[in-house]
Write a protein that binds this ligand. Sequence first.
Ligand code: TEU
Length: 554
Amino acid sequence: MNKQTQWFKDAVVYQIYPKSFMDADGDGLGDLRGVIGKLDYLKELGIDVIWLNPCYKNSGVDGGYDISDYRAIAPELGTMADFDELLEQAHKRGIRIVMDLVVNHTSTEHAWFIESKSSRDNPKRDFYIWRKPFEGGVPNGERSVFSGPAWEYDETTGEYYLHMFAREQADLNWENEEVRREVYDMMHWWFKKGIDGFRMDVIDMISKDETVYAVDGGPHRNAFNGPREHEFLQEMNREVLSHYDIMTVGETGSLTTQEALRYANLDGSELSMAFQFEHVEHDNGYLDNGERSKWSTGPMDLLKLKEIMARWQTELHGKAWNSLYWSNHDQPRAVSHFGCDDEQYRVLSAKMVGACLHMMQGTPYIYQGEELGMTNYPFTDVSQSRDVEVYNAWQELVVEQKKITPERMMDCLRYKCRDNARTPMQWTAGVNAGFTEGEPWMPVNPNHTYINAESQVGDPDSVFSFYKKLIALRKQYPVIVHGDFTLLQKEDEQVFAYTRAHEGSTLLVACNFSCEEARLDEAARTRGEMLIANYKEDGDPGVLRAWECRVTLV
Ligand code: TEU
């Protein structure tokens, strides 16, 4: 009997990266008490769920994604009592808390790994993936997502262990039933504390094709979506998830729409929904030698974006559930990536990209600061980064292999690096944007003097108030949650327009993703009751002004 009522269909999620959200104790790092202090701000915005990036004890290598104790809070973020208070205070405000489940790998400081590493016949040896050398070197050519080989040699036992991310993040062996049992027990422990769900880190990597482990000196293989993926997720659902009225979202970078019909099936057999990466990676680039790479300077391609978003809307409708996001802690800021962060158009385009996403079918995710129109950071030197992904990529691509020049890589970092989303949340125009009274762990964006929460809450024309209204519309009009999706002006390179229809109601959404005027054809021509718009003055029903959006009920 599955206890899930699928409340997530009506919910809007707000993602908090705790290290950068609010610092209550003045050490320059955000913390759980800082989150508690901002719950009323989130209540004012109107969100229903907080997704909290990892706040467990960790080894400090990858922003909390290198966990050393799943049942302890990172001391730099607070205590378990702080977490319990956060959960209680959030629930008092009708806000649910979803935690981050990082079980593809643990920190190499985790007790399991320390035991596993100690000897070849240790009972926990098989908790991780150990292989003998091949011809004196790495077992095969598997590559880490964070550059370099995915194998690290251990002198103690003369074998290599697999790490698909940093060498301090050892992959767990999900083929081992005891590993799965330990994970499920930990999940129950958190659910019994009262949390409302999990976001599941790289959950499409827990089953890997056996070639990934082969000691054959072979090439880099695909470590995603392996043969037992759905067996494991259905087992997790039976053993844990179906026992609680919760939500889950898988981080599944390999996902296609067809695979999403299994991972995010509305029958509740696996996950509630999943994060696909097609749209946020559509503008990935090529290195000087032609290799595909995330490191690019864009620009965003609207035709590709429309095709991707429309396909996810239509192919999942009625079968599986979409997550809806533009940004997160791994992505650049929404207005910088999909809008226009020149001050002339930043506010208009921040509202427009918000409306374009929030009027679709699925559960919307707002990344901290997106509701303010916060932008990427003007990095001038790689030393300003605090990200292991950036450090490793710079060493490999710029220093060792010279596949990209330092100047070009700096352009790429300013466009795409994860640090863009990890600069401190901008609360005020004051010192350190009101984030901390200490030395902030990352530089504060200088534009906090005019982009900050204090100046926007209560201002009816702010991005904050616009997002607040978008969230309210979702509660008021069933067509937004339940309606189907039809893309309009498919080949238009400026306009992203679509309709949603449900039980006789039709929503018409028209967005101009450009600085120039754009024509609307007959089907997209503005008509009906205006629900929300980013221009105050009515315009020509057949023409959208720069970065204009209009949402009408026809
Ligand atoms: O991200 C998975 C992942 O592939 C990311 O590294 C992201 O797609 C990439 O950085 C984009 O260039 C998850 C977490 O969200 C991320 O923060 C962690 O670093 C990673 O897993 C390892 O746990």
